[in-house]
Write a protein that binds this ligand. Structure first.
Ligand code: PHE
Length: 445
């Protein structure tokens, strides 16, 4: 069994897949606004500290579980702690990404629709009306899911790796090109100020909570993705390189996304915002107004922008999808194509409900929220922190310290890793559990 398991072919392939998972909608529609509202460069510094001292060590914990076990999330728990309640961690790590994928892919469907509309700049009148359309938006969701499934059905090497190795450079080329265009816009300078000007007066306890929460979500912690991808990574690859590299690419992309969006928003004299409204209402409005001066330029910029959004979303969806697929192929001995089809069906049903929740099913409310919102809140505010917490507790308190050290130092071959192991061990055992508890509770205050 062990020698038939697929592996990423190179260090670049592994980092491209991990960074691809990390770079997603969160970087585009949440990070820039969050920075602007939380003190600009001051927030970015806090974000970097939160990433280095918390998120990246939690990444290490998941990485260690995955690479040491060489198994899917559930199989990993079976190997390390057979017959114990840690099984629940395995189950949770399969449930959470499946649920997230269901609604994340709804947004993916919106992205490909807006990409298609970009060619003629014939966007829907408003994003709300499009989302409410029911049939059109749900069909787009199904198409988007089918693309994600086709990639994953191709396998780790021929599907995920090939796609990631192309998409990461393409994403950066697109976002750098767009950023150069945007920062040179007349009237765009205040957008850069908004993003970067440090304002320590805006920094408070909330800032830290926001920074930590955003960085957890952004590098895709707590949902089995790092465990699963790390299980395909070569034993010789460096854990620190993978963690810091992933977080670094992710942050760089998020800042560039801010340089694309904020100058354009300020140049158009619009109030900055976040979320679907920013990507699917504000920006299309800007592209349409640009087209009065130059239709060709507006089309090119709009296509480039929605292509970026679509690819960023796809690389994340693929990583979500791989988690249940890996479980089905390894534990249930299903063929990859059948496993993918099964996940497509399950997420298809849940996702369709989420999508229709904006239209025909808008009267269905759970705890006063629409279906989509409900899943989002449940996954991000409840399941994800619990998953991250169980991972750090597992590595910090259950796995033997020598095993953790061995994996962290790639079998004792990395002296730098050995040098900082004590600090990482302390963070995993004490700091991270406390921080995750604080973040978890703050969601309810
Ligand atoms: N990290 C992704 C983003 O920033 C989001 C994501 C969440 C991806 C969950 C995969 C899983 O958008």
């Amino acid at each position: 069994m062990a020698n038939t398991r697929e592996q990423f072919g190179s260090r670049f392939a592994a980092i491209a897949a991990l960074a691809g998972s990390a770079i997603g909608l969160g970087n585009i529609w949440r990070f820039p606004y969050m920075v602007g509202e939380n003190g600009g460069a001051a927030f970015i510094l806090i974000y970097i500290a939160a990433s280095l001292f918390l998120s990246v060590p939690i990444f290490f914990a998941e990485f260690i579980i995955g690479r040491r076990s060489r198994a899917n999330c559930y199989g990993a728990m079976n190997k390390f702690a057979p017959g114990s309640k840690w099984k629940l961690l395995g189950i949770l790590c399969i449930l959470t990404p499946t649920l997230i994928l269901s609604y994340y892919a709804v947004v993916g469907g919106w992205s490909i629709t807006y990409l298609a509309k970009s060619f003629t700049l014939s966007f829907p009148d408003s994003f709300g009306s499009f989302a409410a359309s029911g049939v059109a938006s749900t069909a787009a969701f199904a198409i988007y899911m089918a693309i994600s499934c086709a990639i994953v059905a191709g396998g780790v090497k021929n599907g995920i790796e090939k796609f990631s190795k192309v998409s990461l450079p393409v994403l950066f080329l697109l976002i750098i090109g767009l950023a150069i265009y945007s920062v040179t816009l007349k009237g765009g300078a205040p957008g850069i100020d908004y993003m970067l000007k440090p304002d320590w007066s805006k920094v408070g306890a909330r800032t830290f909570v926001n920074a930590i929460g955003q960085s957890f979500y952004s590098i895709s912690l707590g949902m089995g993705i790092i465990i699963t991808y790390a299980s395909y990574i070569n034993k010789k690859d460096d854990v620190i390189f993978s963690g810091v590299g992933t977080a670094g690419f992710d942050l760089f992309f998020a800042i560039l996304a801010g340089f694309v969006i904020m100058p354009a928003v300020f140049a158009a004299g619009i109030e900055p915002g976040s979320g679907p409204g920013l990507v699917f209402d504000t920006l299309p409005f800007i592209f349409k107004s640009m087209s009065q001066a130059s239709p060709l330029l507006a089309t090119v910029v709009s296509v480039a922008f929605f292509l970026t959004v679509t690819i960023a979303a796809l690389t994340s969806s693929v990583s979500l999808l791989e988690v249940p697929v890996a479980w089905l192929t390894e534990e249930k001995k299903m063929k990859r194509s059948r496993a993918t089809a099964l996940v497509f069906t399950v997420t298809g049903i849940i996702g369709a409900l989420c999508s229709l929740g904006f239209g025909p099913l808008s009267n269905v409310q759970i705890f006063g929220r629409g279906i989509f919102d409900c899943f989002d809140q449940l996954c991000c505010n409840v399941l994800l922190p619990i998953g991250a917490m169980l991972c750090v507790l597992f590595v910090g308190w259950k796995l033997p310290k020598e095993d953790v050290r061995d994996e962290f130092t790639s079998g004792g071959t990395r002296s730098f890793n050995s040098g900082i192991f004590g600090a990482v061990w302390f963070i995993l055992r004490f700091l991270a559990p406390v921080a995750i508890t604080v973040i978890f509770l703050s969601n309810f205050i």
